[in-house]
Ligand binder design. Structure first.
Ligand SMILES: C[S@@+](CC[C@H](N)C(=O)[O-])C[C@H]1O[C@@H](n2cnc3c(N)ncnc32)[C@H](O)[C@@H]1O
Length: 285
């Protein structure tokens, strides 16, 4: 295992399947979501990237990962919170063989899928841990310098205790480390269409029987700035990719529209009202 991951995990033990951590019997306000995600994880998937392209644009997120990795120092250690199937890191051996990633998720069966998606990267550049974002088993202190980067995609949007999750991330980050949190954006055109067809468009509420959903908001930006004590920058991504209107083509691996979409991601608000994703980026000073 890459040395920075080995050092991090020396006081943690893995189960026989190689997955670290243990959340059995823990109680959470997200118990309904866990049941839903366990049902989804119980399905069989022949083609993971095809399944993922129904809820994420592969090309856009590959581009966002590359932008994030470009900010990481040599030998960096990254924490992916709510990393699920771990697919963001599948190209890591080619793009950044010096970087180690710990993926955590509170649904253990998602990490079993991550083992299939990531193959030999697991146990070398990637480790998997069953853990909860609101009670991270790591904090930067005298014995651990902290993570160089914390990356989280469409996970904090489902955590009702958003501020708690951000505080935990702050504690686990190294000084100078980068935090990136991607959430669903508020898209006025989709909101109007929902209103026209009498459908509910949730900005911040429980989606009954499914999960909590809080789209990216000014309130979240203000919270992150207060917790980090530093300025948050914003990005808008997935501008062409619109699964809500069944326009999935730009999400598929290798799609030319997806590659164009990746080039449209921006930090100036350009086409922000069309973007499906809105992310907040911050440094621990
Ligand atoms: C919408 S999925 C996104 C998965 C992944 N980040 C991606 O981009 O494909 C949200 C993930 O966050 C995980 N999650 C939600 N709340 C969590 C929490 N409190 N602690 C750990 N994982 C959590 C879920 O189990 C799920 O795998």
């Amino acid at each position: 295992m890459i040395p920075q991951l080995q050092n991090l995990l020396q006081s943690h033990s893995a189960d026989v399947d190689g997955i670290y951590g243990n959340l059995s019997g823990f109680s959470t306000e997200q118990s309904v979501e866990i049941k839903l995600r366990e049902r989804v994880a119980a399905e069989h998937y022949d083609d993971y990237l095809d399944a993922l392209s129904h809820s994420h644009s592969i090309s856009v997120m590959d581009h966002e990962v590359d932008c994030f990795l470009a900010k990481m120092p040599q030998g960096a250690l990254i924490l992916d919170i709510g990393g699920c199937w771990g697919w963001h890191w599948r190209r890591l051996a080619e793009t950044r063989p010096d970087v180690g990633v710990l993926i955590i998720d509170f649904v253990r069966s998602n990490l079993t899928h991550a083992q299939k998606v990531l193959g030999e990267l697991v146990g070398h550049q990637v480790a998997l841990m069953h853990a909860d974002a609101t009670a991270l088993p790591f904090a930067a202190d005298a014995s651990f310098p902290g993570f160089d980067g914390i990356w989280t995609v469409q996970a904090f949007q489902h955590i009702p205790s958003f501020d708690k999750a951000v505080s935990e991330a702050y504690k686990a980050l190294k000084r100078g480390g980068e935090f990136a949190n991607y959430s669903l954006n508020v898209q006025p055109p989709i909101r109007w269409l929902c209103r026209l067809f009498g459908r509910n468009y949730i900005m911040e509420d429980w989606v009954e029987g499914v999960f909590w959903l809080a789209r990216a908001s000014k309130k979240q930006k203000v919270s992150i700035e207060a917790i980090f004590g530093s300025k948050v920058s914003e990005r808008w991504s997935e501008i062409l990719y619109t699964p809500e209107l069944h326009f999935l083509a730009p999400g598929r691996e290798g799609s030319l529209l997806g590659k164009l979409d990746a080039l449209l991601s921006n930090n100036i608000g350009f086409l922000g009202w069309l973007a499906r994703q809105h992310s907040f980026h911050c440094k621990k000073t």
